[in-house]
Design a binder for this molecule. Structure first.
Ligand SMILES: NC(=O)c1ccc[n+]([C@@H]2O[C@H](COP(=O)([O-])OP(=O)(O)OC[C@H]3O[C@@H](n4cnc5c(N)ncnc54)[C@H](OP(=O)(O)O)[C@@H]3O)[C@@H](O)[C@H]2O)c1
Length: 255
């Protein structure tokens, strides 16, 4: 990671925060796209994180993302990699989603990832690393988190296509089960999902470590936890039957 320059989203919380701390420790230079400068400055004070800089950009705002191009030109930067950790979801029924919640989910998780990819393309080195955090929710039926699951399924499809359309890119798809982060305070303020999954929630520090190992080894996919990944492979053989047989498991996101 020595001296490599990464552009990172979602660095002010959870997995992205751990990842940036660890990448900085390993000698990387990082430019963070953040929406709250005060929070970012508190988390990454220049004295302790001299190789981290911020660009304020609300990733819910398409024009702000398109305007990044002129920021990058002014800074005369090139990036060795792009890490998209920003993401959100609402664990509620299809009928309960407001239009704004629905739009925010797809914009942040998938549409603006695609826009960002195009915006940063001229500023990427020839063999860049593209890392995106998808989710096991994108691989299975998701009652009470359908738009979250659908947005992650779309993200997975974009990553699969990107790997083939841009063979010089190293694309890493990080497919995760539940991780203990503030994500759940927003997705399910009732705390029900967090309680149901407390026993097997992954630790963000370990997830970040595993992502860096996968980046260094050039892996195309990282799945954690392994047992959940195995279950999903079985599910894909007979999804409708397994939906019926293991219904309580599929209802974990119901509040
Ligand atoms: N946690 C899990 O159980 C889990 C499981 C599977 C996959 N994932 C995926 O992993 C990724 C990271 O999740 P996490 O648990 O680390 O989430 P998190 O703790 O909620 O962090 C989300 C990050 O996204 C940023 N963000 C949200 N909206 C934004 C916007 N409009 N503009 C700019 N930044 C914005 C947040 O910024 P602020 O700090 O300003 O809020 C924060 O830095 C997400 O894509 C998530 O879907 C998480």
């Amino acid at each position: 990671m020595d001296h490599k320059h990464f552009l990172v989203t979602g660095a002010t919380s959870g997995i992205g925060y751990e990842l940036v701390k660890q990448l900085h420790y390993h000698g990387a230079r990082l430019t963070l796209l953040i929406r709250d400068e005060e929070k970012a400055t508190q988390l990454f004070p220049t004295k302790s994180f001299p190789n981290i800089s911020f660009i304020v950009c609300d990733l819910n705002d398409t024009t702000a993302i398109e305007n990044l191009s002129s920021d990058f030109q002014k800074l005369n930067v090139s990036f060795d990699g792009f890490i998209h950790s920003a993401g959100l979801g609402y664990f509620k029924s299809l009928a309960s989603h407001t239009t704004e919640e629905l739009l925010k989910t797809y914009r942040l998780n998938v549409i603006h990832f695609a826009v960002l990819l195009n915006v940063i393309k001229p500023f990427l080195v020839t063999n860049p690393q593209i890392v995106a955090l998808s989710s096991m929710s994108g691989l299975a039926t998701q009652p009470y988190a359908a738009h979250y699951g659908a947005s992650k399924a779309a993200l997975i499809q974009i990553l699969n296509a990107l790997r083939i359309e841009e063979p010089s890119y190293h694309v890493l798809n990080v497919i995760l089960g539940p991780v203990k982060t503030p994500f759940h305070d927003h997705s399910d303020p009732s705390g029900t999902f967090k309680r149901k999954t407390a026993l097997f929630m992954l630790k963000p520090e370990q997830v970040a470590k595993d992502i860096i190992v996968a980046m260094n080894k050039g892996h195309q996919e990282l799945r954690a936890p392994k047992w959940m990944s195995m279950m999903l492979r079985l599910y894909s053989l007979a999804p409708r039957t397994i939906e019926k047989a293991a219904k309580p498991f599929f209802m974990s996101k119901k509040q």
